[in-house]
Design a binder for this molecule. Structure first.
Ligand SMILES: [Cu+2]
Length: 467
């Protein structure tokens, strides 16, 4: 449920009345709280300079109040509940009811005033990652400002000087506060036609984040440094990440920011894209090259753009395969290729719930109805039109459709493949035994003479010697 609609309706009424009282403008803008994890429709700017709004997957854009030419936002740092995917809710810290916080969209040259109220049990700040601003607005607790104590409201004010993709996050007890989900996206749109910034038909925002939440629990472990077990986009894990729904032929931009503690090679199927912007702004067109995977390092932003000209349901995911999995047991030994016949029954006499994992690979996990603790997600899951998708974490689908209407971001359902265009079983003559090479491998620096054979004596535990 959102009270954004009421806010906008209220703003409309006030605008219609022609004036907002001086008293009201002297007061803090009412914070707008969002509790849903649904993808909000793009927020067309009701005032100020026009721009083409972005869509934050499973997120939303913060409305603002225009006060004497200044765009005023109100962020509330507070504990929130976030549905990571259907079946799992996490108790995080975030802004205005959600993690990540709302996306902030402004226009190059806008004067922006952001009120930040701290409803956390400890102090905080907000750092406006990547922005040009007066040093005292940079949000580094202790260095450029006093920390914002619990219960207090601070004001940040600066001009959004350059267009691009930015992020915001605390620079106060950073490891804990970011592990708890405190972060958000910021987009500064160009004020006029910009030689290096194309107009696009769809503009998506994805903030990469990660959590370490024990299966069955609600709160992230805040001392985890690298071994996170939930890899998320906008604090959502597959199958909870909405698809990117576009019209065939659209020019599509995806803005990606990384506030996890490792890099993510982001890969899109079926299309080549170019990196048209980085942390530092739009890239020079002569510097761009086509690729299908781009690595987004820690603390970086990347804008990728492509023409979505191939109809279909195209996978889009992080290419680290353990980042397309949900929480799993890391202590599981590799069992691929081991013959366990007879073993399981024996173990089950001692441990009735014993289950063998991974004898033929782990694909079985995608379909298995395994008993899980409450409030966790299967390691590999998702049901596609052809069966189990066996994914988790940082995975979603780019849905390119000829019949998708301009400006329609709704899910068109599964792709209907033209007949004869789906990989299928071969039903002709079976394969004859293929000849196999028997030669040994090559050697860049061979020994001058053959190594002498060595006789080894192995002592087994228990003292019985053998050869
Ligand atoms: Cu990754």
């Amino acid at each position: 449920m959102s009270n954004r609609r009421q806010f906008l309706a209220g703003a409309g009424l006030l605008a219609a009345a022609g004036a907002v009282s001086r008293v009201a403008m002297a007061a803090l803008p009412e914070p707008v709280i969002q509790s849903s994890a649904a993808t909000a429709a793009p927020l067309s700017p009701p005032n100020g300079r026009p721009y083409d709004p972005v869509v934050t997957l499973n997120g939303w854009t913060a409305p603002w109040r225009m006060n004497a030419g200044v765009k005023e936002f109100h962020l509330v740092a507070e504990p929130v509940e976030r549905e990571i995917a259907p079946g799992m809710v996490a108790r995080l810290w975030g802004y205005n009811g959600q993690s990540p916080g709302p996306t902030i969209e402004v226009v190059e040259g806008d004067r922006v005033r952001i009120f930040v109220t701290n409803r956390l049990p400890e102090h905080t700040t907000i750092h406006w990652h990547g922005q040009r601003l007066p040093n005292g607005m940079d949000g580094v607790g202790g260095l450029t400002q006093p920390q914002i104590p619990p219960g207090k409201t601070f004001v940040y004010e600066f001009v959004a000087r350059r267009p691009g993709t930015f992020m915001y996050h605390p620079h106060a007890d950073e490891m804990v506060q970011m592990a708890m989900g405190m972060m958000g996206f910021w987009v500064t749109h160009p004020r006029a036609v910009h030689p290096h910034i194309a107009r696009v038909d769809r503009d998506f925002c994805i903030l990469l984040n990660a959590y370490d939440i024990e299966p069955g629990s609600l709160v992230p472990k805040v001392n985890t440094m690298l071994e996170f077990n939930l890899w998320t986009w906008n604090s959502r894990a597959f199958p909870g990440i909405d698809s990117l729904n576009v019209r065939q032929g659209d020019r599509v931009r995806v803005r990606i920011g990384n506030l996890t503690m490792t890099n993510h090679p982001i890969h899109i199927h079926g299309h080549e894209f170019e990196v048209t912007g980085t942390d530092g702004g739009p890239t020079q067109p002569e510097s761009r090259w086509p690729e299908v995977t781009t690595d987004v390092a820690v603390g970086q932003m990347r804008q990728i753009e492509f023409i979505a000209d191939e109809a279909g349901d195209w996978a889009m995911h992080c290419h680290k395969s353990h980042h397309t999995m949900n929480a799993m047991g890391h202590g599981v030994p590799t069992m691929v290729g081991i013959d366990h016949r007879g073993l399981v029954e024996g173990i089950q006499k001692l441990v009735p719930d014993y289950m063998l994992m991974g004898e033929r690979g782990m694909a079985d996990m995608g379909e298995m109805e395994m008993p899980l603790p409450d409030n966790t997600l299967p390691m590999m899951t998702g049901q596609g039109p052809f069966g189990a998708v066996e994914m988790g974490g940082m995975f979603t689908v780019l849905k390119v459709r000829r019949e998708q209407k301009p400006g329609d971001f709704s899910d068109p359902g599964w792709f209907r493949h033209p007949s004869g265009t789906v990989a299928r079983e071969w039903t002709g003559a079976p394969l004859a035994e293929a000849p196999r090479g028997r030669s040994a491998g090559g050697h860049a620096m061979p020994r001058a003479q053959a190594a002498p054979s060595v006789e080894m004596q192995v002592r087994k535990p228990g003292g019985h010697a053998g050869h």
